[in-house]
Design a protein. Structure first.
Length: 199
């Protein structure tokens, strides 16, 4: 009788230990899957913000630091459709004529192939309640030339909220240790770059 009780207790202890070992292995795996899923959505938003900024700069000659203005531009702005043809008076066939043949809404030009794209959500960080991307724009001097720049960012602590707290702290610390931005960003306020830090 006592032997049977000991066997049952040992079996329970083995099952509990096996679960604890399994869980300790699976916790970082689950965390990394969740981070990857969130990163993918954030990166898509940052790519969309970059596309919107580049279209805005093409039309207006500068980047925009206000999401409201940028979103209004996407909703109401138009991009010219330009036809480039050879100059008929040029016998060397090196000169061209640029002819504007019409206009297309900016939103269709950039996001026309994305069914259900909601431009109003461009500024909202996925996986959060009401958090917004940080957006800035300005001018920096590079080699004696003024260059337009912009940057959109979101820290890990904002969009990884609700995941394993210690693992988020470790992820942030690993980026800060190598002096990298602890989150995702596109563009730069110090360099003439429109790259994302995931690229």
């Amino acid at each position: 009788m006592v032997n049977n009780i000991i066997k049952v207790l040992l079996l329970v202890v083995i099952i509990v230990l096996a679960y604890l070992v399994y869980d300790s292995v699976m916790t970082p795996v689950r965390f990394n899957k969740s981070v990857d899923k969130r990163n993918k959505a954030i990166i898509q938003n940052l790519i969309d913000i970059r596309s919107a900024q580049m279209a805005y700069k093409t039309i207006n000659g500068r980047y925009m630091s206000s999401f409201d203005t940028l979103i209004d531009f996407l909703k109401d702005g138009n991009v010219p459709i330009v036809k480039i043809v050879p100059d008929p008076e040029d016998t060397t066939f090196t000169k061209t004529i640029r002819d504007t043949i019409g206009y297309i809404p900016v939103i269709d030009s950039l996001f026309g192939d994305r069914a259900g794209f909601n431009v109003a959500k461009l500024k909202h960080v996925p996986f959060t309640e009401n958090e917004l991307f940080s957006l800035d724009a300005g001018i920096v001097e590079k080699g004696g030339v003024d260059v337009n720049v912009f940057m959109a960012t979101v820290p890990y602590k904002v969009y990884l909220n609700g995941l394993d707290e210690q693992m988020v702290i470790n992820l942030i610390a690993s980026k800060e240790q190598i002096e990298k931005f602890p989150g995702l960003k596109v563009g730069s306020m110090t360099e003439a770059s429109t790259d994302g830090n995931w690229e």
